[in-house]
Design a binder for this molecule. Structure first.
Ligand SMILES: Cc1cc2nc3c(=O)[nH]c(=O)nc-3n(C[C@H](O)[C@H](O)[C@H](O)COP(=O)(O)OP(=O)(O)OC[C@H]3O[C@@H](n4cnc5c(N)ncnc54)[C@H](O)[C@@H]3O)c2cc1C
Length: 294
């Protein structure tokens, strides 16, 4: 689709409560869209991918910019926390490094100052960088609607490109991540066409946990290589079935590649993306393992 010369006309409303926002969504139906950083929404409006007469700004709602951590209950992130806030937050860096790393790879510094985690997840692009991190961290997304709040797991949320478990007149208000075990390590590796500022061709998130009895568990999620971000469950099961080490990692990388189903497009062929899933999974597993042994 060709870019249009400018944005279409729209009304702007800054909601002052979550109830007001969801009531406006209900009243305007498909004519309304929620606005946070606007880094996906405005390009989409300009290119005619979204049609909206009313933009409802929800990033200033109470709690939306908040980040709370508790050793027992974990991390709760307001949906409007920005990528730079996540990437630089000391608790996120120390306890949830896969999320800090993923947020730090999004676009450029300037865009990361606007782009929010909630916008990234709700836009539901298969290449959303924070999505694989939420899968390996087994996050829950807090969704608010006219009936109140409900929680949906990251695994249930993504339904297809641009498709989520959000119901009509519902909005994301936060992301809840369980407490991270003390012996944990993680790595997010992203391949784009250039070193920085590009959407990913392949994104691989790996978390590893020491169980205290000498055994380890790994979680792996992939971005950009299927209609939704996906967990590589067979690769995880392969790792669980044998001692950690080079042979196990090579087998898991093969299984991660088998879990991907990329399509060829102008940015790369499916064969290349599949091969890069194997390569990046192997590298991320080696890196996480080295951190766990250190
Ligand atoms: C040049 C450029 C480079 C980019 N590079 C990357 C990249 O490397 N990696 C990457 O992952 N992304 C990238 N993006 C995409 C974008 O920056 C991210 O997806 C961003 O995190 C979206 O957040 P936002 O706050 O700007 O969302 P918005 O644009 O405000 O909203 C995004 C979508 O979510 C909906 N929405 C907003 N708030 C809510 C809510 N509370 N509840 C439910 N739905 C809501 C909106 O209606 C809209 O459909 C790039 C974008 C640009 C323009």
């Amino acid at each position: 689709m060709f870019a249009r010369p400018g944005l279409p006309r729209f009304d702007y409303v800054q909601a002052s409560t979550a109830d007001e926002a969801v009531t406006l969504l209900q009243d305007y139906g498909p004519d309304a869209r929620l606005l946070m950083g606007g880094t996906d929404l405005f390009p989409g409006l300009r290119e005619g991918r979204f049609g909206a007469r009313v933009l409802i700004d929800v990033k200033q709602l109470p709690g939306m910019r908040q980040l709370d951590h508790d050793d027992e209950t974990g991390l709760t992130i307001g949906a409007a926390v920005t990528m730079n806030e996540l990437a630089r937050h000391p608790v996120v860096q120390a306890r949830y490094p896969v999320l800090a790393q993923a947020a730090g790879t999004v676009a450029s510094y300037q865009i990361r100052n606007r782009a929010t985690i909630g916008g990234n997840l709700c836009n539901a692009s298969p290449c959303a960088d924070t999505a694989p991190a939420t899968l390996v961290l087994e996050a829950e997304f807090l969704l608010y609607g006219l009936q109140g709040e409900r929680a949906v797991t990251a695994g249930e949320f993504f339904r297809g490109p641009g498709q989520t478990a959000l119901r009509p007149a519902e909005m994301m208000v936060g992301i809840r991540i369980p407490a991270s075990p003390s012996r944990a390590a993680a790595r997010y590796l992203k391949l784009g066409r250039c070193r920085s500022g590009d959407l990913s061709l392949v994104g691989v998130a790996v978390c590893g946990f020491g169980n205290g009895d000498g055994r380890h568990a790994f979680r792996i999620a992939l971005g950009s290589v299927a209609p939704t971000p996906v967990r590589a469950s067979e690769a995880e099961a392969h790792l669980a079935s044998q001692p950690a080490g080079e042979a196990a990692f090579a087998g898991a990388a093969e299984k991660a590649m088998a879990a991907s189903s990329p399509i060829s497009d102008v940015r790369g062929t499916a064969e290349y993306q599949r091969a890069m899933v194997r390569t990046l999974t192997l590298r991320a597993l080696r890196d996480v393992w080295a951190q766990l042994l250190a």
